[in-house]
Design a protein around this ligand. Structure first.
Ligand SMILES: CC(C)(COP(=O)(O)OP(=O)(O)OC[C@H]1O[C@@H](n2cnc3c(N)ncnc32)[C@H](O)[C@@H]1OP(=O)(O)O)[C@@H](O)C(=O)NCCC(=O)NCCS
Length: 199
């Protein structure tokens, strides 16, 4: 039986030989609210994109520990059942999830503690084959729409100081840096920029 790749459901053969995948355009991608049935796809995409983006900055042990804690199907299922968390998924015409974003209520950082009605854009992860097609921008806009509909005024987020691409994407979306946050990742101390935007 053909083995499906972890995140998009395409077979390995398709992934490397079917040009449809690389040529798939952003306008063939649709957004909808994430449901519990998306937990496996979200866990797989979150885990693989996290590893590709941040894996080099962590030891293998720390990375595996983080993936198990945050991107196991159980962990994502628990998050999806949390009424303070909202998920939006991006999916293609085959109903394969290619990315997701998550908004989380009730979290804070000192530099946004005084912000008016703040809420966090906690995660946004897109499969590598779909970067640069405007899907990240649409995911951010959709999360912002959800935040507005729930009465929030300020959207904030943390982005690793060395994640230059994501910083650019957030700046383009109207976010500005309002502070820093040092956090421990295994044995490593890393720094996030905290960015925010009035909705
Ligand atoms: C960050 C991420 C979600 C962005 O999604 P994307 O679909 O590639 O971004 P988009 O194509 O929607 O780009 C949005 C805007 O940023 C711009 N942009 C994208 N990459 C850029 C780069 N490297 N440099 C400058 N601008 C860039 C685009 O031109 C676009 O500008 P526009 O608003 O004028 O059209 C995606 O790259 C990703 O999943 N990265 C890995 C995981 C990650 O880092 N997540 C964030 C953790 S904090």
């Amino acid at each position: 039986m053909a083995r499906h790749t972890a995140d998009t459901g395409y077979t390995s053969a398709q992934k490397f030989h079917n040009s449809d995948i690389r040529e798939e355009r952003g306008d063939r991608i649709t957004l909808r609210a994430g449901t519990i049935g998306d937990a496996l796809a979200i866990a797989e995409i979150g885990g693989s994109v996290f590893s590709a983006t941040f894996g080099h900055s962590l030891t293998e042990t720390d990375l595996n520990h983080y993936l198990q804690k945050s991107y196991s199907v159980e962990a994502i299922t628990a998050d999806m059942n949390n009424p303070l968390m909202d998920f939006v998924v991006a999916y293609n015409e085959h109903d394969r999830v290619v990315g997701f974003a998550q908004m989380t209520q009730g979290t804070s950082e000192p530099c946004v503690a005084d912000a008016e009605l703040p809420v966090e854009l906690q995660r946004i992860y897109l499969h590598q084959d779909f970067h640069g097609l405007g899907i990240g921008k649409r995911l951010i806009q959709e999360i912002e729409n959800i935040a507005r509909s729930k009465g929030f005024i300020t959207m904030w987020l943390g982005v690793w100081e060395e994640n230059f691409k994501a910083q650019k994407v957030y700046q383009k979306a109207g976010y500005t840096k309002v502070g820093d946050h040092d956090f421990k990742m295994g044995y490593c101390i890393q720094t996030d920029w905290i960015m925010s935007k009035i909705l």
